[in-house]
Design a protein around this ligand. Structure first.
Ligand code: MTE
Ligand code: LUZ
Ligand code: MOS
Length: 757
């Protein structure tokens, strides 16, 4: 089954927000962001801007008819800065004009009177000043305090990880217009139609039923449009409601880079205790999360950091603490992995440091401590169908790691300045929203009288291929041709209260709901067929490939006729279904429970070559054994894995978010913020599906795939370190991602003179 979007994508016919033909009198909005990271906003003077031909209005905090509030978990975020600005790019005003170009020119004429205050830029600074988003939390298992003295080796250190820009191809945006009787329709590039609906409802002060949010698809989200599409949808709705004209607001790439939040930078203090056999007895980590200027999703992201604190390992005594620190960066937000990559990096950094200190291979420590069946996570859940060891062993054998090691040793012996390094990285990622209530999906299925079928679900298609999977699940359940289906836009009037498309759960939640709706329709159709065939038991009816079977025998009754009969008999051909993941629960008071439907496992093998004269590196290969369950669409799933791997490598290597000491961005485009391109990507990526069991909570046994493979990128970091150590064994380990070429070069030569002696 091909991705149902491929054809319209390559022909340029797929419709994104900016492709919607504009209505008469449509205005274009451009947002004025704060030029300073922290300050008192005394005055905004837009008199000059308003004088310009074509400028219709400038909207700011004073125009808000409801509340100036868009915070979702914690109500601490203003839509427009009112008395203070908290980060560079924080929206201060919206210029509405006849064209985008006029709005941009007018924007330059607005004068801001801001009294600058000192910005806080790092999590540790904020921690020292006790500036927190939410209370700190700790997950515990066993007793670390009692165990340190039993450890043969104790390794302590610090690790840092920078943020990451989402770089979705489609920048953020929305198009809003009035319907009748004060209702508003918002076409929004969002992962969460409901969030935009709620945001607009609160800011405009009108009920949710008056606001229709529609999302046909988005050109990538990667988490960046889970909470932060709300701003632009709400701004467009506010302007439309104020001016009673349609308004389109699409961020330029530069504005998007500056105004929207990124992945959270983290800083860690770790302490790792091992026994003489390299078994991890104890692990303690304190994480400082740089949440930026407002809560956004930070409390939930902090939670996932805690959940993934012990990675893919069994650690009997662990204490994981996380502090969510308020700084003057744009509010950090969801991004693929959602706080887990940072936690896993910290633990791998500790293992690497232990290996370097004890002069053993990190593989020795990793392998000895992998999770096994029935091991307990610090949050109380037990590892079931644990594939950690199986993935590791399969990868080790399949990718001939012993042979690779020998080849690398020979290469390193024969090359003075070019060194190769190898790493293995074991993955374990929990599937489900950590907030239990979000684990619900919905689907609305209509069968039309010609036998064609329409599906709407709560999920947003963002390139991950979820609509194709849902279509496959529906076609399989009804046993009719995939050609009979259309999957419609995600829309709040057809599907209400949808959870965001996030946490890799889109297909599981909404696909399961779709199967439920199709199963209910099928049951009714079997009744109809049973009556028509004068049978007694509808259970003896089956539909296979559009043909009705009775007691195992083919009949002359076909799908299209059956539908007409059902309509004739006044049987409903529509169904709305709701699916809530069973079994998941979590108690925040005890920090224990069973938060995840299941875990996804895998192991990545990475080989890199470092040019030790220049500090540059190339990624020779990334080969993974990945647990897809029983994939329903391996093409899509392998595509997800490959994309995630490259994005994960970018995070760990060349993607660096630099701000100056005043909190101003040093980058605002793809020439100053480098993402992996086709030349930088690994020369070989091979993703081999693990021979795995289907999980009953996964859609048709096909495990969630959206986020987990991103974390394979962590392996690249440690492969580079291994190569660097070949060149300078005395090198102080840089545990500070991203390991840019610059950092690589400087680290290689730190203490190099000593090493030569
Ligand atoms: N793939 C593409 N092409 N574009 C995206 O924006 N987002 C990722 C992942 N894969 C993304 C993607 C993220 S962050 C998540 S949570 C999942 O897709 C969401 O979709 P799913 O739940 O259907 O897997
Ligand atoms: N979003 C969210 C997520 O709201 N809760 C989660 O647990 C989550 N996990 C991963 C990505 N997005
Ligand atoms: Mo993904 S970070 O859950 O949108």
């Amino acid at each position: 089954m091909k991705n149902i979007d491929s054809r319209s994508h390559v022909r340029g016919e797929s419709i994104y927000v900016n492709d919607i033909p504009v209505r008469q009198d449509t205005l274009f909005g451009v947002v004025l962001g704060s030029p300073v990271a922290h300050g008192k906003l005394h005055d905004i003077d837009f008199s000059e801007a308003l004088k310009m031909d074509g400028v219709e209005a400038v909207i700011s905090a004073k125009d808000i008819t409801g509340e100036n509030q868009i915070g979702s978990i914690i109500q601490d975020e203003e839509l427009f800065a009112d008395k203070e600005v908290h980060f560079v790019g924080m929206p201060v005003a919206l210029v509405c004009a006849k064209t985008d170009a006029i709005a941009r020119k007018a924007l330059a004429k607005i004068k801001l009177d801001i009294e600058e205050l000192r910005p806080i830029l790092t999590a540790r600074e904020a921690y020292a000043e006790k500036k927190f988003i939410s209370p700190s939390r700790t997950f515990k298992i066993g007793s670390t305090d009692a165990m340190w003295e039993k450890c043969e080796h104790i390794i302590e250190g610090q690790a840092e990880m920078g943020g990451q820009e989402h770089v979705y191809l489609e920048t953020q945006g929305a198009y809003a217009y009035m319907l009748e009787n004060g209702s508003i329709k918002i076409h929004s590039a969002t992962q969460a139609t409901k969030h935009v609906q709620v945001g607009a409802s609160v800011v405009l002060g009108i009920p949710m039923h008056k606001i229709e949010v529609d999302t046909n698809r988005i050109g990538g989200g990667f988490g960046g449009k889970e909470d932060q599409a709300t701003h632009w949808g709400t701004l467009a709705a506010l302007a439309t409601n104020t001016l009673k004209k349609p308004l389109k607001l699409i961020l330029s790439r530069a504005d998007d880079f500056v105004m929207t939040g990124k992945r959270h930078p983290y800083s860690f203090d770790f302490k790792l205790g091992l026994d003489k056999n390299l078994k991890i007895l104890c692990y303690q980590v304190e994480a400082f999360q740089n949440a930026g200027a407002a809560a956004d999703l930070s409390p939930a992201i902090m939670e996932r950091t805690l959940f993934h604190g012990t990675g893919s390992y069994h650690i009997p005594n662990a204490k994981i603490t996380c502090h969510s620190c308020r700084t003057n960066l744009a509010p950090s937000t969801a991004m693929r992995g959602f706080g887990a990559p940072q936690a896993m990096f910290a633990l791998e950094a500790a293992i690497m440091k232990a290996a370097a200190t004890l002069n053993v291979s990190p593989l020795e420590i990793q392998k000895r401590n992998l999770l096994q069946e029935s091991d307990r996570f610090p949050y109380g859940q037990v590892a079931e169908n644990c594939n950690a060891g199986k993935c590791w062993d399969t990868a080790y054998k399949k990718f001939a790691v012993e042979k690779l090691k020998k080849e690398i040793a020979a290469f390193n012996k024969n090359n003075d300045h070019s060194k190769k390094g190898l790493s293995l990285f074991p993955l374990c990622f929990g599937i489900s929203f950590t907030k239990t209530k979000l684990n619900q999906g919905r689907s609305l299925v209509h069968i039309y009288t010609d036998g064609s079928v329409s599906i709407t679900t709560g999920v947003v298609e963002m390139g991950q291929g979820v609509n194709t999977k849902i279509l496959q699940a529906a076609a399989k359940t009804l046993s009719i041709s995939p050609r009979r289906f259309t999957i419609h836009s995600t829309n709040t009037t057809r599907i209400a209260n949808a959870s965001p498309t996030a946490a890799s759960t889109g297909a599981d939640l909404n696909g399961k709901a779709t199967i439920m709706a199709c199963a209910a329709l099928l049951a009714r159709l079997k009744d109809v067929a049973c009556r028509e065939l004068k049978g007694r038991d509808p259970d003896k009816i089956e539909i296979k490939d559009e043909i009705v079977f009775h007691r195992g025998k083919k009949t002359s009754l076909k799908w299209e006729k059956l539908i007409l009969l059902a309509d004739e008999a006044r049987v409903s051909l529509s169904e709305h279904a709701h699916y809530a993941t069973p079994e998941v629960h979590f108690n925040k008071a005890t920090e224990k429970g069973h938060p995840f439907a299941y875990h996804v496992y895998g192991t990545a093998v990475t080989v890199v070559t470092v040019d030790c004269l220049r500090g540059t590196y190339e990624i020779d290969l990334v080969k993974c054994v990945h647990d897809f369950g029983t994939s329903i669409n391996l093409d899509i799933d392998i595509g997800q894995a490959e994309g995630a791997i490259v994005q994960g490598i970018g995070l760990m290597t060349i993607e660096e978010l630099l701000v100056d000491p005043k909190g101003k961005h040093v980058y605002d485009s793809l020439s100053s913020y480098k993402v992996p391109d086709i030349y930088f990507a690994p020369k070989t990526i091979e993703v081999v599906p693990l021979d795995s069991k289907p999980d009953k909570l996964a859609l048709l046994g096909s495990k969630a795939v959206g986020e987990p493979p991103l974390m394979y990128g962590i392996g690249t970091y440690f492969a580079i370190l291994m190569a660097m150590r070949e060149f300078n064994p005395k090198m102080k380990l840089p545990l500070w991602a991203p390991l840019t070429h610059q950092k690589c070069l400087l680290s290689l030569y730190e203490g190099y003179g000593e090493a030569l002696k």
